[in-house]
Design a protein around this ligand. Structure first.
Ligand SMILES: *[C@@H]1O[C@H](CO)[C@@H](O)[C@H](O)[C@H]1NC(C)=O
Ligand SMILES: *[C@@H]1O[C@H](CO)[C@@H](O)[C@H](O)[C@H]1NC(C)=O
Ligand SMILES: *[C@@H]1O[C@H](CO)[C@@H](O)[C@H](O)[C@H]1NC(C)=O
Length: 352
């Protein structure tokens, strides 16, 4: 961390409290929802570099989509990591919303940076297609000859515009000559590429009672869950790198190269990292690990959510929990279903 502070002093970037963007804290509060109509609020967003501040003022109307993109990204991260030792917990009492965990250049940091950058591109693209902004809209280039039994119609989503916003805004502070910045640039781009790879032709039938006399189709982004699943695979197969220093005319520049020459080098769609993750078993203020004590584990799973792995071999406690459930449902002619309420008893296992 010492070298980062040093670089910040030299390049005059505003002091930050984390090695990841503190403007991500936008996702935690509603106080900026009116930025759209009051661009002067941009200057009160924490941690923006001058380029981002200009962007926010000039394109205030896409800012709500940027914030929405951040929230779907964080939500997706929490879904993908739900049963794991590190489960993408966010804190709402600090601007560094992931705590110190993402200060290290780990796989987890790679994943979060990628999902945030793709989340912003995705949400801005969707917002444009929904007509929520006057400066963007549908991808009008996606017209042309109709296909077999269908014609172009509806609004093809303009991924290029969303990706441009993500690149201009989310990457604005990633121009430092250090290794972390190189890692973030790579992972941000890897995230954004995943959208174009999952675009598909979405169609709708028109005609009398569901007949498909006329079919119109447009180019659509996938469900965000598909992007999340894909990025999680990229997390599992992320490439470990090492940092190299070069002397260039502008001074020392750090770049990354693959640590293992016998593995396939990462492509532009792969995630990269260069520091190992802590094991997240015990609480540790320095690494930001919460430990796994009291976490609910799955007794029958042999995976990372299983009691053995999640509890790091410390064992688990079992208690029973009663939950009300609908039961003995009967169908009445015509047309409703009535149910009774039953108590069901569950075993809940938590880590020691
Ligand atoms: C995630 O981990 C935190 C910290 O250990 C825990 O408090 C929280 O309940 C966990 N969330 C889920 C959904 O398991
Ligand atoms: C932070 O989150 C906790 C738990 O979700 C909630 O009870 C609390 O009100 C939140 N605080 C703020 C300032 O939003
Ligand atoms: C626990 O793990 C088993 C085996 O992987 C799985 O079938 C089951 O759905 C899991 N239970 C919960 C509550 O996640």
């Amino acid at each position: 961390m010492i070298h980062l502070t040093w670089l910040l002093l030299i390049f005059g970037i505003p002091r930050v409290t984390a090695s990841y963007p503190i403007w991500w804290s936008l996702a935690m509060g509603h106080q900026y929802s009116s930025v759209e109509s009051q661009p002067e609020l941009c200057s009160s967003i924490p941690g923006l570099v001058p380029k981002q501040l200009r962007f926010c003022r000039n394109f205030a109307e896409v800012m709500p989509s940027v914030v929405h993109g951040l929230s779907i990204a964080i939500h997706e991260c929490q879904h993908q990591f739900r049963g794991r030792r590190w489960n993408c917990t966010t804190l709402n009492d600090t601007l560094a919303i992931f705590g110190p965990v993402l200060d290290r250049a780990t796989r987890e940091a790679a994943f979060v940076h990628a999902i945030v950058s793709v989340g912003i591109a995705f949400a801005v693209t969707r917002g444009c297609a929904d007509g929520s902004s006057t400066i963007c809209g549908c991808d009008v280039m996606r017209k042309g000859p109709p296909g077999d039994g269908w014609k172009w119609g509806g609004c093809s989503e303009d991924v290029d515009f969303g990706s441009m916003v993500s690149r201009e805004f989310a990457d604005a502070r990633e121009n430092r000559p250090d290794a972390r910045s190189a890692m973030n640039r790579h992972n941000h781009e890897a995230g954004r590429t995943s959208i174009s790879e999952h675009m598909y032709l979405k169609c709708k039938c028109h005609g009398l009672s569901g007949s498909c006399e006329v079919k119109t189709c447009w180019f659509s982004q996938p469900n965000f869950r598909r992007i999340g699943d894909y990025m999680k695979d990229k997390y599992d197969s992320a490439s470990e790198m090492v940092v190299e220093k070069h002397r260039e005319s502008r001074g020392w520049v750090e770049t990354l190269r693959p640590k293992y020459t016998f593995f396939k080098p990462p492509t532009e769609t792969d995630l990269v990292y260069y520091e190992n993750s802590p094991n997240f078993c015990e609480p540790n203020k320095e690494t930001g690990s919460f430990g796994t004590q009291d976490r609910t584990c799955n007794l029958t799973s042999h995976g990372i959510d299983g009691c053995e792995l999640l509890c790091c071999g410390r064992g688990h406690n079992t208690r029973t929990e009663k939950r009300k459930e609908k039961c003995h449902c009967t169908f009445h002619w015509c047309c409703y279903v009535s149910c009774q309420e039953c108590m069901r008893v569950y075993d809940v296992h938590t880590c020691k």
